[in-house]
Unconditional design. Structure first.
Length: 364
């Protein structure tokens, strides 16, 4: 793999509408400090796994070899806060090793850093032998946080299996109406993913796509819409995808909530970034991201539409369907989101039961 597709990348999940992709540099982090903010880099599962490959006697060359040199340089020359949020994706049996690797990396390659006195740590059972995290085993709070994205990805799987003869546009329409019916809320990011998930092309049509569209289609399908053929595999894939979606949206929510941190007696607002060695996610986030609107990071989504998509019948149809339904919901006024966890748990049971019929499996 080339260095370009190996090194850790940094994502700013929310940018101004006309702003190009924002670069994270040591200079940027120092400028943020002067504005009363501190850059917080939220590391994903993939980057923490790279840290696990670094032994106690690791050198800078070893850091470079695992693709973490850009992070090292920011830690040396800039001023940031760092979190290992990606550990939340891991099954219990992996947490101790991963957290130890993260602490070791900080100790060796970030001298002078201090632990936040308000830091929280994931609770886990080191004796648990479950190889994968199961959504149904999560706490009520965690199911509420990840549930919307989990149901969304699971429902994309379900529609692919349940409506194999239906047109792509109709599949998308079924998805949109079903998410409204199941949860009463629709995420713009997940809606955009669904459009790409249901776009059906043959090999010749794929090869004729412009490179940017071809790459985005491949990345989104690989990360969020790869079709699985058993309940356990659908669950596992949906959970991993939900964690990625939360990792991106959680950074925005933190800014909306006005989270801050005390550094050397000064209270600084968080300027949230995400750090990942998963270049699929990095590329996706460059093309689909939140944008500031009405003093919020969560109300508007910026999407990329190349000329060939604007003129494509499928894209004209799905964009028209979503615009019409979402506009109606906006002008009608949204109903309150009461009993969200109850809705999530019912939705998961319903969608998994639908999938079980297709796979002729007994739910465990």
């Amino acid at each position: 793999m080339s260095k370009e597709n190996w090194d850790i990348q940094f994502i700013k999940p929310c940018r101004f509408p006309e702003e190009e992709h924002r670069l994270l540099t040591p200079e940027y982090t120092l400028q943020s400090i002067s504005k009363g903010k501190i850059v917080q880099i939220n590391l994903d599962n993939c980057s923490i796994q790279r840290m696990e490959n670094l032994a106690e006697d690791a050198t800078i060359e070893d850091v470079k070899a695992v693709g973490l040199l850009p992070l090292f340089e920011i830690l040396q020359k800039g001023m940031v806060s760092l979190t290992c949020i990606g550990i939340n994706e891991m099954p219990d049996w992996r947490v101790r090793s991963a957290h130890a690797a993260y602490e070791r990396f900080c100790r060796k390659f970030w001298p002078g850093h201090q632990d936040d006195k308000d830091a929280t740590y994931r609770q886990y059972d080191p004796e648990c032998k479950e190889r994968k995290v199961k959504f149904g085993d999560l706490s009520k709070g965690a199911r509420c946080v990840y549930g919307g994205a989990y149901v969304s990805v699971l429902q994309i799987q379900n529609i692919h299996h349940s409506y194999p003869e239906t047109t792509p546009e109709k599949r998308f329409e079924i998805y949109l109406h079903s998410m409204i019916g199941l949860l009463g809320i629709v995420s713009g990011f997940e809606l955009e993913i669904a459009k790409w998930a249901f776009w059906k092309l043959n090999k010749k049509e794929i090869n004729q796509l412009v490179p940017t569209v071809k790459q985005r289609r491949k990345d989104i399908r690989e990360n969020f819409a790869k079709i699985k053929n058993s309940i356990p595999k659908c669950r596992e894939f949906a959970f991993d995808a939900a964690m990625d979606l939360h990792w991106l949206s959680g950074a925005n929510l933190s800014e909306d909530l006005g989270h801050d941190i005390v550094i050397n007696g000064a209270r600084l607002k968080l300027d949230n970034w995400c750090g990942t060695n998963d270049h699929k996610l990095y590329r996706i986030s460059r093309d689909i991201h939140s944008t500031y609107y009405d003093n919020s990071t969560m109300k508007r989504l910026a999407i990329t539409r190349e000329r060939e998509l604007v003129s494509n019948l499928y894209w004209r149809n799905v964009d028209g369907i979503s615009k019409g339904i979402l506009s109606y919901r906006y002008h009608s006024g949204y109903s309150g989101v009461e009993e969200l966890l109850v809705k999530i748990d019912k939705a998961v049971s319903h969608v998994e039961a639908e999938l079980a019929k297709k796979f002729d499996e007994v739910l465990a």
